[in-house]
Design a protein around this ligand. Structure first.
Ligand code: NAP
Length: 320
């Protein structure tokens, strides 16, 4: 049975469950682990799955959907255009459809504004901003995909206000969402207000701050732990509920069945509790990215673009 998860109505009238399951496994692929994870999630009541061509696991996500017995039209499926496919959007989308082996995709995101020059999704060279294919050209090609019956909505990911200001004047279709790193250490307040003023919502990736055994981060923050303990719930529930109460979709990833269940059980936070989380990033050294993939490399770039080109304040993405 579907879990009791609120739904957000996107700017084209389609509905997206406010909590989805992230399918990035911390590495490309994941094979049977991804299949099992998605199958378990659908059994647990998840109805929103977030994958990407670049995750290398669309086949397993699609197979889990088919084997779950859950009708396709009850599931919200997101996948993403890989950076090397900006110049061949139709081919990229059709490959995703084939790999997912499903009739349609609910949401197709431009994964990053950078267009890749080689077939290596993550490490290859990229075109400079303004060089063809620009993200505006890529977006126009994505708009064309909506003419068929294989896709319901399109959106962007990792777009800053700076790059949205370039993109939006050219849009016939306004993005349905902008998927970005978002959690109490990186609340994206300004970006949220901007996107909402243009009629679309944010989706939070790494909503738990991408915890790992060696890097406890947000999930072990004493203030958040104290709040969770006061409410008698898990830290993750507090973090995810905070996101959804701010009108932001959240897509936590977990393979653990128990965490899967708690992550879709939201709690109501009082205005006082919300303020505790709202203000967390104001503490010294707290306001920052926690995500490996968005980290500024030694060459001073994020997948080939400088922070300035990304429109990201460098100090938020550089610190550990
Ligand atoms: N658009 C983009 O560029 C982009 C970038 C990054 C991610 N994403 C998407 O966003 C999704 C989520 O982000 P993410 O996976 O990077 O980070 P995340 O969801 O913040 O963190 C995932 C980690 O949290 C642990 N976890 C999950 N639930 C937990 C709980 N209740 N308590 C304690 N630990 C918990 C998981 O470990 P266990 O398995 O051990 O529970 C997993 O290692 C991705 O899977 C992907 O779909 C998009």
């Amino acid at each position: 049975m579907a879990a009791n998860i609120p739904q957000f109505t996107l700017n084209n009238g389609t509905k997206m469950p406010a909590v989805g399951l992230g399918c990035w496994m911390g590495m490309v692929g994941g094979e049977e682990r991804v299949y099992e994870m998605c199958l378990n999630a659908l059994k647990a009541g998840y109805r929103h799955l977030d994958t990407a061509a670049g995750y290398g696991n669309e086949k397993q996500v699609g197979r889990a959907i088919r084997d779950s017995g859950v009708p396709r039209n009850e599931i919200f499926l997101t996948t993403k255009l890989a950076n090397p496919d900006h110049g061949r959007v139709k081919e990229g989308f059709e490959k995703s459809l084939r790999d997912l082996d499903c009739d349609y995709v609910d949401l197709y995101l431009m994964h990053w504004p950078q267009a890749g020059k080689s077939d290596d999704n993550w490490l290859g060279d990229v075109f400079r901003p303004g060089e063809s294919p620009t993200f505006v050209e890529t977006w126009k090609d994505m708009e064309k995909l909506l003419e068929g019956d294989k896709l319901k909505s399109i959106g962007v990911s990792n777009f800053s206000i700076k790059n949205l200001e370039i993109l939006l004047p050219h849009c016939t279709i306004v993005p349905a969402t902008n998927q970005v790193e978002l959690h109490p250490y990186l609340p994206q307040d300004e970006l949220k207000d901007y996107c909402e003023s243009k009629g679309f919502i944010l989706t939070a990736y790494a909503p738990l701050g991408q915890p790992s055994p060696n890097k406890p981060g947000l999930i072990n923050n004493e203030t958040v732990k104290a709040l969770a303990s006061k409410l008698n719930v898990d830290v993750a529930q507090v973090l995810l509920s905070w996101g959804v109460q701010r009108n932001i979709a959240v897509i936590p990833q977990t393979e653990n069945a128990q965490r899967m269940a708690t992550n879709i059980t939201l709690v109501q936070l009082s205005p006082e509790d919300t303020k505790v989380l709202d203000d967390l990033h104001l503490q010294p050294k707290m306001h920052r990215s926690l995500c490996h993939s968005t980290r500024v490399s030694e060459t001073g770039s994020v997948f080939g673009w400088t922070c300035e080109e990304m429109g990201w304040p460098e100090h938020l993405y550089k610190v550990d």
